[in-house]
Design a protein around this ligand. Sequence first.
Ligand SMILES: Cc1ncc(COP(=O)(O)O)c(C=O)c1O
Ligand SMILES: [Zn+2]
Length: 412
Amino acid sequence: MGRIAALRCISCGVEYNPARVDYTCPSCGPRRGTLEVLYDYDRLRRTLKPSSFSETGFASMWRYEALLPIEDRRFIQPLRVGWTPLYAFPGLAKELRLAAFYVKDDGQNPTASYKDRASSVVVIKAQEKGRPVVTCASTGNAASSLSGFAASTDLRTIIFVPERAPEAKVAQLLIYGAKVFLVRGSYDVAYDLAAEAAEAFGWYNRSAAVNPYLVEGKKTGALEIAEQLGWNPPDVVFIGVGDGSVISGLCKGFDELVRLGLIARAPRVIGVQAEGSAPIARAFAAYRGRTVPIEDGDAHTVADSICVGKPRDIVKAVTYVARNGGEFVTVSDAEILDAIVTLARRTGVFAEPAGAASYAGLRKLAAAGTLEGKTAAVVVSGNGLKDVASPRTIVESPIPVEPSLKEIERHL
Ligand SMILES: Cc1ncc(COP(=O)(O)O)c(C=O)c1O
Ligand SMILES: [Zn+2]
């Protein structure tokens, strides 16, 4: 298992003993002081080889247990998390003038989003730490994911979601047995309330960025993309961005594979934000390699999962993407909705709006000619059934008919 060497603050670089600190750097605070999990990379480099992961026998992200921060493997849940398919679509690649085009379908996780990778790790950390109640604020997926994974254990879950969270996600929470607070206000408001409640009542907090172990689960998507392509990852990988934790995870995953000598170079990681919710893209554009500029605002987008005006992992996301050589692009809601429908019709993969943002970003850069001849992957981070109402607004309506062949003929 991945023994943790230290937790290091992303801003001041001070290292902490993981037994002493649960969440963020005490001097830099929760926003700038998010922590990075460090391992003994020299030891790992000596012990890990390309076949190490398949040899574990796990057809899940737990094949990367050696690179994950858990101490008690008895807590690994029976749910199959990760090791999701990476599909190749050569015809679509040709149309987009790419050398190859891949879709990583993370809608196939147990609760149907990428967030399961993080929840799986954090539920184990809660059990290791002997914390019986887990909580989080979420735009929806992190919460449904936490509820599902906690339901496979004897932990209790208490959730804070914004009042406008989509119906399917709220239903998931309730069905998994979480206690659910529908907070009057935005996700950003729910986030602060969850943090206060966790502190006041001693619950273990899984909210984005504040918990250092989340990014560890989130990095496994990168490890899988690399392994699934024979340790020869694509030139570019696209991902939708809200708080900035998933993209931080992807960057860290590729970076660790380079450090371990398992891949020669990391793909460029491209973050895609909605135009109405793009504070990380703006901070990245203004970043000059020193302090990450933070400017919060209101957020509006059809892609509820990435509707975040006060991104909590902004420092890590900007720092990691700059180091990776990646970039951010923004797309309109119309481009996101069109991406859902096009992706579904051309690949059979149905994404929720935030999950199709990656494809919308790829289409934008492909149209600008900057991806010509490259190999590219998009991460579909959430299943389309999570929000059917949004894409229904741009597709045809079904045709009501009497049960008569004549009537059918009339419509053909
Ligand atoms: C489907 C989906 N895609 C992308 C994201 C973005 O992840 P992050 O908020 O870590 O940037 C989320 C987060 O909720 C999500 O649920
Ligand atoms: Zn610090």
